[in-house]
Design a binder for this molecule. Sequence first.
Ligand code: 25A
Ligand code: L14
Length: 340
Amino acid sequence: MPGKKINVAVAGATGAVGNQMISCLEEADFPVQSIKLLASARSVGRKLRFKGDLFAVEELKENSFKGMDIALFSAGGGTSERYAPHAANDGCVVVDNSSAWRMDPDVPLVVPEVNPHAIAQYTKKGIIANPNCSTIQLVVALNPIHKKYGIQRVVVSTYQAVSGTGKKAIDELFDQTRALINFLNCENKVYPHRIAFNCLPHIDTFMPNGYTKEEIKMVNETRKILEDDTIGVTATTVRVPVFHSHSESVNVETKDPISAQEVRSLLENTPGIKVVDDPENNLYPLATEAAGQDLTLVGRIRDDDSIANGINMWIVADNIRKGAATNAVQIARVLADNYL
Ligand code: 25A
Ligand code: L14
């Protein structure tokens, strides 16, 4: 019901995504009645600012959600698995940013520009899943193309920022870069290899079939959000030495004839997207341009002449904002306005 004020909890409030969730609630002028900031025991006593006031971080416990309406979770998969059901039991709807619940058939997986209707399914478990960051920006651009031309197959390669791994990875890229330009030795603790001045074709853990979990997530989540299991998706996910924003090289093959020209105007009229495609003036989507805002940038839109109906494009978005916190707050907004 629009106008209703919401009691909001943020689980993992001290992390990279949790912090951004707090800022997004502020920026979106979310109708917050009260806010509760939760993290692990080691953060208890820290204070975080929300709308000018300081709030003490409390330890996340099973009974933390009594009296709360919506909980935004970003404290890792294990924490979500353990605590989300307790929140749901206490009548607090969870919007979960981890991978724990995404493929559960009783949990909607939502990108508000694409499948807002799925939010209605939250009543089954009291949990709504926020998709993987690389998947969110991909489906924002694929959805209008799928609706108009019918997607047959997608081939995607990602260039992912370190911020997706959390604060400790941001520090690692910074520390390694500083060490190397000063001719000092550097250590790697977060990733299995040096990330500074390097590219690692390895995000999340490897599966027996040789793909990483990140790659499998992109396949499964894309089909679930677009509500079409016949779409072929194959992915290669790569970590690059960038702090903010994921970039993606995307090849799309459609059932119906398609052209770069048509796709450009289709995407120009799609909410959540900004087309940046003026190569003559060196204008194309950049990680540095996407960082700090909520739009998904699409450019380098070209016909793929190697197949009958194909296009190529380059998609960039801020992985902590649209890829995580912004999308979660957008879901919470639809929930608050229409269902609570
Ligand atoms: O467990 P996973 O799934 O492998 O996820 C690992 C990490 O990835 C991030 C997130 O890191 C997560 O912890 N992450 C998970 N899903 C993500 C997604 N979809 C994602 N990132 C992007 N997209 P993070 O550092 O950004 O945030 C971690 C937050 O979760 C809180 N937390 C962790 N375990 C918890 C918990 N809260 C409640 N119960 C638990 N059991 C965490 O709070 C933070 O808010 P914190 O108190 O543990 O950390 C506060 C600060 O401490 C620093 N720190 C980290 N590790 C250590 C540490 N300090 C001391 N010793 C350490 N070993 C952090 O820098 C943080 O600022
Ligand atoms: O949400 O970049 O499934 O290391 C897990 C891996 C988020 C990004 C997820 C990374 C991802 C994270």
